[in-house]
Design a protein around this ligand. Structure first.
Ligand code: ADP
Ligand code: NA
Length: 330
């Protein structure tokens, strides 16, 4: 019996992953490699939709791959690769660009948000069409499921529209992918502003846990997390977003359930929760950082892993592209 195929990617832009990336995405990728035929990539082609320094991009791509390995992705159990190593992404991307309506692309809300921040003259056409490259990323591997956050759901819907359009115009070519929305509990909020999701573009760096920072820096951020003026340690996302976020993080890092944690901290002060969570955080990030560094200190092994991953990915991608080109009349 064939396992369902999943495909997911992560940008290399920030260097260090943040806690939201890990708890909201990467941790689930590690679990999915056991049950699925999993393809995971570092999406460096997507990174150049905004200006990038070449040396930094090269370094950040390796750091991203090293972190994925440190998190537990096993190249024997999944296909781990760098997007630009597989030229078929750009090739199928062009085909998908020609299949997408301008109005259809204009309705992508993520683009509206991002370009509004940058201004029209500093926004590239690549940023505008990046969801279409994402569509090619997915269809190239005939993925059945795409693990994404809620914010990406719209892009998966467009992927389905385009797969359907191509298939009906040119004959059955692409597998219809379904979103695999990652658990709501895995949404992590900013430690200083728990109404905003934790993000690399956070307003205050104090609210953002970077996994590759010195562990004591992350411990300090946990200890100075914003809570509320109440004193009860209870999960209530609406009225107690700060405390609830800390409980979510604590629960996902330790495997203790929220009710178990509420019981453990009954009658205790916020300080006790923060001190313990700071320790949990240090225990998590310390080995994660060390393992990442080990991969970075051994560039030959890392290169070999990524080369082998690209070879495995290309075998699938080349077949899809060949069929696509044939159907198109090339
Ligand atoms: P950012 O929002 O910091 O720019 P990315 O867009 O690069 O992060 O996200 C990479 C992956 O991490 C995506 O799958 C996204 O859904 C997940 N992710 C990002 N931030 C969070 C968060 N705060 N909580 C849960 N998951 C997140
Ligand atoms: Na995002």
């Amino acid at each position: 019996l064939q396992r369902p195929r999943v495909l997911s990617g992560i940008q290399p832009t920030a260097g260090s992953f943040h806690l939201g990336n890990y708890l909201g995405a990467v941790r689930q990728w590690v679990a999915l490699q056991e049950s699925h035929d999993a393809f995971y990539m570092v999406v460096d082609l997507h990174a150049i939709t905004v200006p990038q320094d070449p040396a930094e991009l090269r370094s950040n791509t390796r750091i991203a791959a090293a972190q994925l390995l440190a998190a537990g992705l096993d190249p024997e159990r999944c296909t781990l690769f760098v997007q630009s190593h597989v030229p078929e992404h750009a090739q199928l991307g062009w085909v998908m660009n020609c299949l997408t309506g301008f109005g259809e692309a204009s309705r992508m809300t993520q683009f509206k948000d991002k370009s509004a921040k940058q201004g029209a003259d500093r926004t590239s056409v690549g940023l505008f069409t990046y969801p279409i490259l994402q569509i090619a990323d997915i269809l190239l591997y005939q993925a059945h499921q795409v693990p994404v956050g809620e914010d990406q759901r719209q892009h998966i819907e467009l992927t389905r529209d385009l797969a359907e359009r191509f298939n009906s115009r040119y004959g059955d070519t692409f597998t219809m992918p379904a979103p695999y929305i990652l658990k709501e509990t895995a949404k992590i909020y900013d430690l200083q502003d728990p109404s905003a999701k934790m993000s690399k573009s956070a307003a205050s760096p104090k609210g953002l846990i970077n996994l590759l920072d010195e562990p004591k820096v992350s411990a300090k951020k946990v200890k100075s997390a914003v809570t509320d003026t109440d004193t009860v340690i209870r999960y209530d996302a609406e009225n107690k977003p700060g405390v609830s976020n800390l409980l979510t993080i604590y629960s996902t890092l330790t495997g203790l359930s929220i009710p178990e944690l509420e019981q453990k901290y009954e009658g205790k002060m916020y300080g006790a929760l923060k001190t313990d969570l700071a320790e949990v955080m240090v225990d998590f990030v310390t080995p994660f950082r060390d393992r990442t560094q080990e991969y970075l200190d051994d560039p030959e092994t890392l290169d070999a892993i990524l080369a082998k991953g690209a070879e495995k990915a290309r075998a699938v991608a080349a077949e899809t592209l060949a069929t696509t080109y044939d159907r198109l009349g090339f």
